[in-house]
Structure formats: structure tokens, C-alpha cells
Design a protein around this ligand. Structure first.
Ligand SMILES: NC(=O)c1ccc[n+]([C@@H]2O[C@H](COP(=O)([O-])OP(=O)(O)OC[C@H]3O[C@@H](n4cnc5c(N)ncnc54)[C@H](OP(=O)(O)O)[C@@H]3O)[C@@H](O)[C@H]2O)c1
Length: 299
């Protein structure tokens, strides 16, 4: 589908780290209605994906040509401790939005996660079978399967370790490292036994736009090029901030954080963009370049 200034795009769960980039990219090129339960900016309206009736009202009133569902509870430990809310948001919420999209006969974009694999394999392409370990991953995978089965016109993107949103909105690894630096820590302990692929929100948003425009429905891995451990990302980030002389990054195993990060995580959740590459619609940069760009927001 061609996306023009007249195209109406409804974005659910747009108040988060990916939402910021998706809103920026799409609102410059189309008419966007962005909603979330967390109205943290003035361009967000309230809508809760857990409530079918409310969602239906909010979406049908806007009458979109495309629906993007970004809403999720993304804190793995919170999801383990609050399984009902995790299932209601990440699985039932995904179903609600998908049902509305199929009723309105419009394409839907759903974001899944690299975290649905069990890590027994080193690298995963788009066709490798998932085996989710945590409540978060199980619920997200349910959402993915529902969208696949229910919505013919679907674009599903599996994302890796999300980087984006800056100090204000980033809830994930890069900002957690930044917070520790800001609080004056001179030594950072970072795991080197968890492998994955960073995923830059700015490139990811552009990727969504371009793949939707290609009209090639389906499921895609969409991550940055290259892979790494959490330790590699921390070392690179500290270097990009020019702090490598002042801050020591020390490798530890996941056991070091077993109380704080108790949700099961795969040892490897490395993805490759096999399908995007083969179809010449891979717009993701190498993770080093992405992090260099992203680090500017923390200077
Ligand atoms: N972050 C990652 O590392 C990662 C990796 C792979 C895939 N993904 C997927 O990418 C998508 C975007 O996530 P993100 O990275 O931008 O995470 P995020 O910053 O946590 O954004 C998700 C947004 O959804 C909102 N939300 C939660 N429950 C909702 C509900 N019931 N109705 C409407 N909105 C709700 C959240 O609000 P609150 O802040 O109030 O919870 C938040 O603003 C999600 O589908 C996520 O599963 C994320």
C-alpha cells in the first residue's frame, strides 16, 4: 500500500520507546492517531488494548487505513509476577486489536520479540521454530500466532534488544547502563552469557513504513546487523560517551543478577533478517552504527 499524507494510521501503545520513533516517522508522512494507557505526551489519546469495546470505539471512530499495535507490558519480571495482566495486555490485547483490524478489513502491524526462542540454537532466521520460556514471551507469541491466523493482511516484525527513546522513554538496557553511570557508578557489572541483536527504534520505524509500502505481507525478523552480548553493548556505549578511562565494565555471568532478573531468558536470541534481505527490504543498520547515533541522545 502507498502511504500518503491522506493515509490514516492508528497506533496503539504508542507512548513507549518504539512508539516515539514510529510516531515521528509516520506522523511526518500520514495522518496518525496515537493512543496508549500512559498519556505521557500531548499527542497521545487514551485507549486500553485490554478493553475490546473501548478499543473498537477508539479505532472505528478514526476509521484507519492501517493499524499498528505497539502496546505491551515489556518488563519480563513484572510479567512473571503479574501473569494475568501480562496475558490480558500482550495476548488478549493483541487479539482485540487484530479482531478489529480484520473487521475493518485493514492491514495490521504487530511487533513480536526475539525473546520467543529458547536459545538452544545460536542464530534464528524467520523460519526457525519459537519455544518461549517466560510469561512475557509466551503471551507475545500467542499474539503473533493469533495475528498470523486471523489477519490475512498482516505484517509481523520480530524485534531484538530495543534501543531508543532516550533518557526519558528508554526502559531497557542502554538506559539502565546510563542510569548507573549518572548515579556515579565507576564499575559496571554486565553479563556476557546473553547474546542477541540490538534493534534501533529509529531504523525499525522506517523499516515498518517501507515494508508496509512494499505490500509483502508476512512475518519478518527485523533487527540491526551484527550480534553481540550485553557486555559488548555496554563497552561500546561507554566508549561512545567518551568514558572508557573513567568507567570499568566488568563481565559477569547471569547468575550475578539471578535475584533481580529472575525471568527465564534464552542464552541466545540472535536473529538474522533472512527474509528482509532476500526481498531487498532490509533497512536496518549495523548495531554499532545504530548505537553511535543513539548515544548522541545521552551526551
Ligand atoms: N523493548 C524491547 O526490548 C522489545 C523487544 C522486542 C519487542 N518489543 C515489542 O515492541 C513493542 C513496543 O514496545 P516498546 O519497546 O516501545 O516498549 P514500551 O516502551 O514498554 O512501550 C509499550 C507501550 O505500551 C503501553 N501499554 C501497556 N499496556 C497497555 C494497554 N493495556 N493498552 C495500551 N497501551 C499499553 C505501555 O504503557 P506503560 O508504560 O504504562 O506500560 C507503553 O507505553 C511491544 O509490542 C513489545 O513487546 C519490545
Amino acid at each position: 500500500m502507498k502511504i500518503t499524507k491522506e493515509t490514516k494510521v492508528y497506533i496503539a501503545g504508542c507512548g513507549g520507546m518504539l512508539g516515539e520513533a514510529v510516531y515521528e516517522y509516520f506522523s511526518a508522512r500520514s495522518q496518525v492517531l496515537a493512543t496508549d494507557i500512559d498519556q505521557n505526551t500531548d499527542w497521545l489519546e487514551y485507549a486500553d488494548v485490554r478493553e475490546y469495546g473501548d478499543m473498537h470505539r477508539s479505532i472505528t471512530a478514526f476509521d484507519p487505513d492501517l493499524i499498528i499495535n505497539l502496546a505491551a507490558l515489556t518488563d519480563l519480571e513484572y510479567c512473571e509476577k503479574n501473569p494475568d495482566n501480562a496475558w490480558a495486555t500482550n495476548a488478549l490485547g493483541a487479539e482485540n486489536v487484530a479482531l478489529i483490524a480484520s473487521k475493518l478489513d485493514v492491514p495490521i502491524v504487530y511487533i513480536c520479540t526475539a525473546g520467543i526462542v529458547d536459545g538452544k540454537q545460536d542464530v534464528y532466521n524467520d523460519f526457525d521454530a519459537p519455544n518461549p520460556l517466560s510469561i512475557y514471551a509466551k503471551a507475545k507469541y500467542h499474539g503473533e500466532l493469533f495475528v498470523q491466523r486471523n489477519n490475512q493482511q498482516h505484517f509481523i516484525f520480530r524485534a531484538g534488544w530495543m534501543m531508543g527513546g532516550g533518557p526519558e522513554k528508554d526502559k531497557k538496557f542502554v538506559n539502565k547502563i546510563f542510569q548507573q553511570i549518572q548515579s556515579g557508578q565507576k564499575e559496571l557489572f554486565v553479563v556476557d552469557d546473553k547474546l542477541g541483536t540490538p534493534t534501533y527504534t529509529v531504523s525499525f520505524a522506517r523499516g515498518i513504513f517501507k515494508v508496509v509500502e512494499s505490500g509483502l505481507f508476512g512475518l519478518y525478523n527485523q533487527v540491526c546487523g551484527g550480534d553481540c552480548s550485553r557486555y559488548d553493548v555496554a563497552v561500546e556505549f561507554v566508549k561512545l560517551l567518551g568514558l572508557e578511562e573513567e568507567i570499568k565494565v566488568t563481565k559477569v555471568s547471569s547468575d550475578h543478577f539471578k535475584t533481580e532478573y529472575f525471568a527465564p531468558r534464552p542464552p541466545s536470541e540472535k536473529l538474522v533478517n533472512f527474509k528482509l534481505d532476500r526481498r531487498n527490504i532490509n533497512f536496518m543498520p549495523d548495531w554499532h552504527d545504530a548505537l553511535r547515533d543513539y548515544a548522541e541522545r545521552f551526551k
